[in-house]
Write a protein that binds this ligand. Structure first.
Ligand code: DAH
Length: 350
């Protein structure tokens, strides 16, 4: 069929037809078909270009050439915009579809954090020995954290450099602070319950320290308290030796060393033989062959008195251990910061 002669009318009709066809486009694929129909090698516009040769007048041919070129540019721009729109829709659409044949993403399987592992083990050992588990608040009264534990006003532990005080009005139980140890839970327990008491109190504690290889501004402790009639130092020793044997290994060498805590009398520290050098001396144990693992002692009569317990009737022992410290010793980790970085390459080793 012979083509109509090239005219401005013909060009306008083609343009109108393009816009009508564009309205019918409802997918990326039909847009592609439209592009071929108009701009393809055998497309509608090409056909018009072919007719240029039939125009004799050079100026007229040039003018039509320019009109056709501008239409090509215009249609290309419109199509490009439409393509972008459909492409976005297509991506969103395919994203929302569950593509069952795709290989699954490479999931990283988590592991129990070494601190949590040791925490659980500590709880397990003491539960086996008949201890129950108690908890107290991380935000604490000065009286419970210090005064009632027989830590006098001028004790260095109260120094602003160690303790993080909250900017809150003072209460009838003193200032409000972030507990610096789990020992205030002992006070809360003895205030709320009559002996027999046999509890461990795990929790997070806070100190005004910079983070380095062996210090952190927050770490974890497990406090222990036994109060009853006739509790003796040998009960403390037996319990804690049993604990280190289960925590580390059966024939571990350990020793109690005299120490000082305001809330216990006598006060002791338990040292275990250095796991790195097996007692021959190294930088970890500062060439002493032993490392300290926890503080303990018989509950000071003043503390029993402060909570209203008759110290002639009751005696007790207490201990406090650092979970980070035990974990570092057990797994020979020399940098505390590793615990808080959550690097799976570290965590997966335990
Ligand atoms: N509260 C002590 C501290 O943070 C640890 C401690 C030592 C707790 C002796 C005790 C204890 O219950 O008897 O350093």
């Amino acid at each position: 069929m012979a083509m109509k002669k090239l005219s401005e009318d013909l060009i306008r009709q083609l343009k109108e037809k393009f816009f009508i066809d564009l309205k019918k486009v409802d997918s990326f694929e039909s847009l592609e078909a439209l592009k071929i129909l108009y701009l393809g090698r055998k497309g509608e516009i090409r056909k018009l270009f072919h007719q240029l040769k039939d125009i004799d007048d050079i100026d007229e041919r040039k003018r039509y050439g320019e009109i056709l070129n501008s239409i090509v540019v215009e249609i290309e721009e419109i199509l490009e915009k439409e393509f972008k729109r459909f492409k976005k829709d297509k991506e969103e659409y395919s994203f929302s579809l569950l593509e069952m044949s795709l290989p699954s993403a490479n999931f990283q399987i988590g592991k129990i954090h070494p601190l949590q592992k040791v925490y659980n083990e500590i709880i397990e050992i003491f539960s086996y020995l008949g201890f129950d588990i108690q908890e107290g608040p991380e935000i604490e009264f000065e009286d419970y954290n210090f005064t009632m534990l027989n830590i006098p006003d001028d004790h260095p532990a109260r120094d602003m450099q160690d303790t993080l005080y909250l900017n809150l009005p003072k209460t009838d139980k003193g200032k409000i602070l972030l507990r610096t140890h789990t020992s205030p839970v002992q006070i809360r327990l003895m205030l709320s319950k009559k002996p027999p008491i046999k509890s461990i109190m795990p929790g997070r504690v806070f100190r005004n320290e910079n983070l380095d290889a062996t210090h952190s501004f927050n770490f974890h402790q497990v406090e222990g308290l036994v109060v009853d009639k006739n509790i003796k130092l040998s009960d403390l020793k037996g319990t804690l030796i049993y604990f280190v044997r289960l925590m580390f290994y059966e024939d571990i060498v350990c020793k109690f060393r005299q120490s000082y805590f305001p809330f216990t009398e006598p006060s002791l520290e338990l040292d275990i033989q250095c796991l790195v050098c097996k007692g021959s001396g190294c930088s970890v144990c500062k060439y002493s062959g032993f490392v300290e693992i926890l503080g303990c002692g018989m509950v000071h009569p003043q503390v029993l008195y402060n909570v209203g317990l008759g110290y002639e009737e009751y005696t007790g022992f207490a201990f406090g251990l650092g979970v980070e410290r035990v974990t570092m010793l057990k797994y020979r980790i020399d940098n505390m910061r590793l615990f808080y970085e959550n690097d799976l390459r570290f965590i997966k080793q335990f």
